[in-house]
Structure formats: C-alpha cells, structure tokens
Design a protein around this ligand. Structure first.
Ligand SMILES: Nc1ncnc2c1ncn2[C@@H]1O[C@H](COP(=O)(O)OP(=O)(O)OP(=O)(O)O)[C@@H](O)[C@H]1O
Ligand SMILES: [Mg+2]
Length: 413
C-alpha cells in the first residue's frame, strides 16, 4: 500500500570507498541467482560505481562475542558478513513463477529450500534433517541502488545474531551471498500487519458489545504482544545498541511457537520478532561521528508509523535527521495502537495528504483513533491507553524510555 511505503530521507553520494559495501566476493559461490533479475533502478550505467548508499552502520559485539565495537574500526578488525555456504533452490508455484513471501521498497523476498552443500565440508551443521531441505526466505535487491543497503543489512544481521537473546527478538539470519547481494533467513511467513488485518476482519464480522472495548485480537493477546515487543525494543536499544529505523507492523514477523510451549505463551500465541534492518544504525556516540565523517546517510520511514519530529519539512530535507530511541518508542507505540484498533492506516477515512498531516500531529494519535470506527477499543485509562500514551508525547525527550516501558507494561494486570 502506497501509504506504507517508506520514504527515502536522504541519500548522499560519495567518491571514497564505503566501508560497509566493500565486501570481497566469495571464492566459493553457493546459492543461485535470484529468480528475477533485479535491475529496476539500473538505468544509468554509472550509478552503481559512483553512488554509494548505505544504511547507517551499527555497533555490535565483536567476533569473539565480547564488547560492542565500532564498525569503523574495520582497519583493525576487518569485518565481513557471515557467508552463506549451503545450497539454495528457489521454489516455484504451479505456473512456474517464483514464490514470493513479500517485497518492499528495496527488495523482494523469495521462498527457497536450503540444503547442506556437498562442496563445503567445513560448513556449519544444518539445523534440520539432512535429507529434507529447510525452508528459508531469501531477500534480494529489487533495484541496483539496493545492493549497498542489503550489504549493510547483512553485516548488521551478522553482528546482531551473535548477541545473547537474538533468537528471541530478531529474525534468524543464515548468511549472505555477496554475488547476488542476497540475505538468507529463516522463513517466517506471517507478519504482524497480516495478523492485524485478519483479526480486524474477524472482529468486523463478529461485532459484539462484549468485545467492542477490547483490542481486535483480544486483550490478553494484545497485552502479551505488547510485553514481547517492548521487551524486544529494550533489547535492541540496550543489549544490541541498535536503532531499527523503520518499526511498523510490516517489519515485525510472527514466529510460531512449538506446541509444547503453549503454557508459556503469555496471551499471545506467537513470538514477535523484528525484521528488515535495512534502515538500522548504531546508537553509540563514537560511530555517530564516524558516520558523519563518512558522509553516508540513508534511512527509510513510513509516515503513519514515523514519529512526528521526523516528518516535518525541515527533518525530511535534512541529512542529519534520523530515527532515535525516542522515535522508535513512538513507532512501536503506534504499532501497538494499530494492533488494538485493527486499523493499519491509523487515521481511518483520511486521504493520503490528510494522513500525512495527521501523522505530523502524531502525539494526538489516540484522539484521532478514538474518533474513528474502532475508537471504542481504546477506552479511557484502559490498558491500551496506559501503554501507548507515555510513548507518543510530542517532546521526544519526555517519552517513556524502553526500560521504564518494560516495567510499565509488565505492571499491568
Ligand atoms: N524471513 C522472512 N520470512 C518470510 N517473509 C519475509 C521474511 N522477511 C521478510 N519477509 C516479507 O517480505 C517483505 C519485505 O521484506 P523487508 O521488509 O525485509 O524488505 P524491504 O525491502 O527492506 O522493505 P521496506 O519497504 O519495509 O524497506 C516483508 O514485509 C515480509 O512480508
Ligand atoms: Mg520492510
């Protein structure tokens, strides 16, 4: 949907080498070329070599899993994304078309089967029986200028996946194929946006006065979802020291739980995890200055979910404007509001222009939601308001911090 397409905030060109994108080609190429040739944006013959675009780089744990380290110390500690070494086979529908899990501004995500490679005896052991292939999702660039974005995302995922707790909070990453700039992840075919739409649809068909004051998927489920996502955001900011950069229901995937953990399911029957780190950047001060020095700047934001301070004209045109911990708190709060009302557009009935204007007044989003058809699902002083309100304050410095937010959401019955 057009209103959910991220806007590119700023792109600078540079003529020196981008530390993130200079990934040496793999000597042994496994995996196949993606089934579609990603050439949409490849019009100018010079654009690939002269334009270097990178999402902001991140600080993570070092190779040995110890302290966070600045990516820009690459000369001291060369870093490359984890290479994907197994074999991949893309899967096709009965009409011979490659099966897509989804697509975004930068990329297309295909369904594929992964098998241990016969050529690499040193590969990591497969996590599934060797006989059957394991289903994976392969994210490949949909346009030439996405190559650098995916290179940087692969590096981010390489580091993030080494941090303790990663398996609970972010999409499992299996490796990177430099030749096609493809990222191989576990296949997680359900997104939070689809879940919200499905619950909204069911709620619409079975409207009852008994449930009209609850979130569309039920209060216990919403509360469980909120606890997990807020805990996940706190992990991203404190443990992983990363700003995701584009938090919205479409970039949150819902992992199924093994059926024997039902007792622990805490109201929400899935494990919500963050995906799409194409706009991620690090939090630590040292890297920030290094980023400034490199002149790389790129981020995407999606108007209804982006904090209002990022949507002002001056922000949209400034290369220094970027998501912060406070803007992420806002984005997750409105994501949770959408999960309560079932309205992914947040501002029902508005045109795109009106919606942008309302998003610029995002601190009033509860008020706007209340005047919409599902306003009853956000009762005054109810759990949804208590969780969302302190996270959407106009002044970013006044918004609740993720650690305080975890306490708040856990304190609600
Ligand atoms: N691991 C996965 N398993 C299944 N589907 C996935 C997976 N990762 C992504 N998808 C699907 O593909 C879509 C696009 O992926 P992603 O958001 O990472 O791409 P993008 O091009 O960076 O998107 P955006 O437009 O948000 O920047 C997702 O919204 C989701 O529906
Ligand atoms: Mg996305």
């Amino acid at each position: 949907m057009a209103t959910h397409m991220p806007l590119r905030l700023s792109i600078r060109t540079q003529d020196h080498e981008d530390p993130v994108t200079s990934v040496p080609p793999s000597t042994v190429m496994h995996g196949l070329t993606p089934p579609v040739t990603p050439t949409m944006g490849d019009i100018s013959p010079s654009c690939g070599s002269e334009t270097s675009i990178s999402s902001r780089s991140s600080s993570f744990v070092s190779e040995d899993g110890s302290k966070p380290r600045d990516l820009y110390q690459k000369d001291l500690h060369p870093l490359r994304p984890l290479q994907y070494s197994d074999d991949l086979e893309y899967l096709y529908d009965p009409k011979g078309r490659p099966i897509e899990y989804g697509r975004g501004v930068w990329s297309v995500v295909h369904k594929a089967s992964s098998r241990p490679s016969s050529k690499t005896p040193l590969m990591t052991p497969p996590s599934s029986p060797a006989a059957g292939g394991k289903l994976v999702a392969v994210k490949s660039p949909a346009r030439r200028d996405a190559h650098a974005v995916l290179d940087a995302e692969a590096l981010a995922l390489t580091r993030l996946n080494k941090i303790r707790g990663a398996d609970h909070h972010i999409v499992p990453f299996h490796g990177y194929i430099p030749g096609s700039h493809s990222i191989v992840m576990s296949a997680i075919p359900l997104s939070l946006s689809t879940y919200i739409e499905e619950k909204a649809d069911i709620a619409q068909k079975h409207k009852t006065t008994r449930t009209m004051f609850d979130p569309v998927g039920g209060m216990a489920q919403w509360h469980g979802l909120a606890k997990k996502l807020i805990t996940g955001l706190n992990w991203l900011h404190t443990e992983a020291q990363i700003i995701h950069g584009d938090i919205k229901p479409h970039n949150i995937l819902l992992k199924s739980r093994p059926s024997n953990t039902d007792l622990e399911c805490d109201g929400f029957p899935y494990e919500p995890i963050f995906a799409d780190f194409s706009s991620a950047h690090n939090i630590t001060g040292s890297s920030m200055s290094a980023e400034k020095a490199t002149g790389t700047s790129l981020t995407a934001l999606t108007p209804p979910f982006a904090a209002p301070e990022l949507l002002s004209i001056s922000s949209l045109t400034s290369p220094d404007s970027r998501p912060t911990t406070a803007t992420e708190v806002f984005s997750l709060a409105v994501t949770l509001l959408a999960a309560a009302t079932g309205d992914l557009l947040l501002y029902p009935g508005a045109s795109n222009m009106q919606r942008l204007a309302m998003a610029r007044e995002g601190h009033r989003v509860i008020e706007f939601a209340r005047s919409g058809p599902n306003g009853s699902r956000v009762p005054r002083n109810g759990a949804v308001e208590q969780v969302v309100k302190p996270a959407i304050l106009k002044d970013p410095s006044q918004r609740i911090r993720p650690d305080e937010w975890v306490e708040l959401v856990n304190s609600l019955a």
